[in-house]
Design a protein around this ligand. Structure first.
Ligand code: PEP
Length: 248
């Protein structure tokens, strides 16, 4: 079965409410058939964006979630709260949460299981830093971060892995098509060892790291690149839609 490409915008800590709603409306209006588009929105604008894209093909997403059930966790947002607002997918392990906020692999793993366990689509981000690539540690790092997942995640259609080399995020420096394909093929093979080959064949593996309208087609034409996780270029509806269309 062919994998439907999934292209998600990660808005990070950007936009105002008005900008978020306009952007969401623009994306919803232009989202084509034949490919899945989604937007991972700052918590405080999820409700407004959910209303702006209601009835469209665009999936509503969040950038983070806490793993505990609702309770005394000041400042945190639960998976149940996200579901209440109509969220369909949620990120974990983004490099900014790993390396800027300082989340540990243990915390990321707990969050991943809570998101997946609640029935949402999990977009689990992995990727090496520049010094790790230079030290030939790329596959080792990706393998360790993949193993934050477990065989309890038995529905491959709700598991998405985003390969995001840290040195390519927000830098304008993209992995070449061949560099991306090499790591994506490794990720699929490792998922095959962790789950099964049939399972791995159904998991979508997104590429993220300075994906733009002019490099999206080449990257998404690679056999194991099943979409993109888009930061900067997701903040303009026309640019984001150009990338989404490149995935058709
Ligand atoms: C990201 O943060 O997930 C990302 C890929 O950012 P950018 O597209 O700006 O490199």
């Amino acid at each position: 079965m062919a994998r439907i490409k999934f292209i998600a915008g990660n808005w990070k800590m950007n936009t105002t409410k008005a900008v978020a709603v306009e952007l969401a409306k623009g994306v919803a209006k232009g989202a084509p058939d034949g490919v899945q588009a989604g937007v991972a929105v700052p918590f405080v604008y999820i409700d407004a964006v959910g209303q702006a894209i209601a009835g469209s093909k665009v999936l509503l997403g969040a950038q983070d979630a806490y793993f505990e059930k609702p309770g005394a966790f000041t400042g945190e947002i639960s998976v149940d709260m996200l579901k209440d607002l109509g969220v369909k997918f949620c990120l974990t392990g983004h490099s900014e949460r790993r390396h800027v906020i300082g989340e540990s692999p243990e915390l990321i793993s707990k969050k991943a299981h809570a998101i997946y366990g609640a029935g949402l689509i999990l977009v689990h981000c992995i990727g090496e830093k520049l010094e790790q690539r230079d030290g030939n540690k790329t596959l080792e790092v990706c393998k360790a971060q993949l193993h934050e997942l477990s065989s309890k995640m038995d529905d491959p259609d709700r598991l998405v892995v985003a390969y995001e080399p840290v040195w390519a995020i927000g830098t304008g420096r993209t992995a070449t098509d061949a560099q991306a394909q090499e790591v994506h093929a490794f990720i699929r093979a490792e998922l095959g060892r962790m789950f099964s080959t049939d399972y791995a064949a159904r998991v979508r593996i997104q590429y993220g790291g300075s994906m733009k309208p002019d490099n999206a087609k080449g990257l998404m034409s690679q056999p194991d690149v099943d979409g993109g996780l888009i930061g900067g270029a997701a903040l303009k509806a026309d640019q984001f839609l150009a990338i989404v269309n490149a995935g058709k």
